[in-house]
Unconditional design. Structure first.
Length: 56
């Protein structure tokens, strides 16, 4: 669990704000983060999150 928390510190601020405000896509939940670690590159993170929005 500590490694998962450390990965969350690498999230782009605008992505981290989504679950904090309860506005994350439904499929983007803690289990998803455990199984799909996001890349460190923030632009790549944003592209992944954008795909969630397109699939909705």
């Amino acid at each position: 669990m500590p490694s998962e928390l450390m990965r969350l510190t690498l999230l782009a601020p605008n992505i981290l704000e989504l679950p904090m405000a309860g506005r994350q896509p439904r499929r983007m939940n803690p289990i998803w983060f455990q199984r799909n670690p996001l890349p460190v590159d923030r632009e790549a993170q944003r592209r992944i999150v954008k795909r969630f929005e397109e699939d909705a």
